[in-house]
Design a protein around this ligand. Structure first.
Ligand SMILES: Nc1ncnc2c1ncn2[C@@H]1O[C@H](COP(=O)(O)OP(=O)(O)O)[C@@H](O)[C@H]1O
Ligand SMILES: Cc1ncc(COP(=O)(O)O)c(N)n1
Length: 270
């Protein structure tokens, strides 16, 4: 008999194009040797050109999926992606408490997905406040990109200094750690992400690859971090491993469709 691998749960939406959402999360868990499990929150109609619409899953089905896997199979780390509505966020938060995910129980990563990189909303408007008040205080780590930082705090990030300012503002919402990702600072030569728990500060810097195919990058990075946490890494180690993983995925991203192609974890399997 083979040993049971560590397990990770993604609470997120489906991308019909297979580049982001649960498809990216499961691929990344697999590439990192972790058994992936899913609580599906929404089904998007999506391709490389953008999101044409979405339909959310009934709330009791979302929470039922979390309870089913947590009570039987066990969850070593969990993450959220697209959560669609305030009703889903509130119910997910309550269920996570019941199964001891987050707030220093099972490591819990919140990727505050608000819109696709093509600018299409993936969250009903009133839901942003629920992410701030219900999810951030339960999170081990939150991983906003610069657009999400602007929506959540009003801070306009232009480089590492304002990334620090944004991190401080975001920590006020109660997460243990925050990673302010700098992928959207297109003019910068390197891609710098800033990690902090309010006391230690880490700048994770890597080369910027010249590609437009970065669909699913945020999901892939958060899932790589979640995989490392599931295997017992501490947050700074997991984030450093996540950064190395996403860098290779961006380097090996590929064109697909007429719009934005996906990042790829295939390199890990070569
Ligand atoms: N062109 C690129 N080359 C190398 N790394 C990138 C590139 N674009 C984004 N990244 C990295 O990918 C991760 C996700 O970044 P970002 O684009 O900021 O978030 P999101 O995908 O959520 O919009 C970050 O670690 C960022 O530094
Ligand atoms: C179901 C789903 N979840 C998340 C994203 C964000 O990914 P990206 O920012 O790369 O568009 C997406 N487009 N679709």
């Amino acid at each position: 008999m083979t040993a049971t691998p560590r397990t990770a749960l993604t609470i997120a939406g489906s991308d019909s194009g297979g580049g982001a959402g649960i498809q990216a999360d499961l691929r990344t868990f697999f590439a990192n040797g972790v058994h992936g499990m899913v609580a599906l929150t929404a089904v998007t109609v999506q391709n490389s050109l953008g999101v044409q619409g979405f339909s959310e899953i009934p709330v009791d089905v979302v929470t039922g999926q979390i309870k089913a896997v947590a009570t039987d199979m066990g969850v070593d780390a969990a993450k959220t992606g697209m959560l669609a509505t305030a009703e889903i966020i509130n119910a997910v938060a309550k269920t996570l408490d019941e199964v001891h995910i987050g707030r220093s129980g099972t490591p819990f990563v919140v990727d505050p997905v608000a819109a696709s990189m093509t600018g299409h909303a993936l969250l009903r408007e009133e839901a942003l406040e629920a992410i701030r008040t219900e999810l951030f205080p339960r999170a081990t780590l939150i991983t906003p990109n610069l657009d999400e930082v602007r929506l959540l705090t009003g801070v306009e990030v232009t480089g590492p200094e304002t990334q620090r300012e944004a991190a401080e503002a975001l920590l006020e919402f109660g997460s243990e750690w925050v990673l302010v990702k700098g992928g959207h600072l297109d003019a910068a030569q390197d891609c710098v992400d800033v990690l902090s728990d309010g006391e230690s500060w880490v700048e994770l810097s890597g080369p910027r690859f010249d590609t437009r195919n970065t669909h699913g990058g945020g999901d892939t990075m958060a899932s790589a971090i979640t995989s490392s946490l599931a295997k017992g890494a501490d947050v700074p180690t997991a984030v450093a491993e996540g950064k190395r993983f996403i860098e290779r995925c961006v380097a090996e991203s590929y064109p697909l469709g007429a719009g934005v192609g996906p990042v790829s974890p295939f390199w890990r399997l070569k």
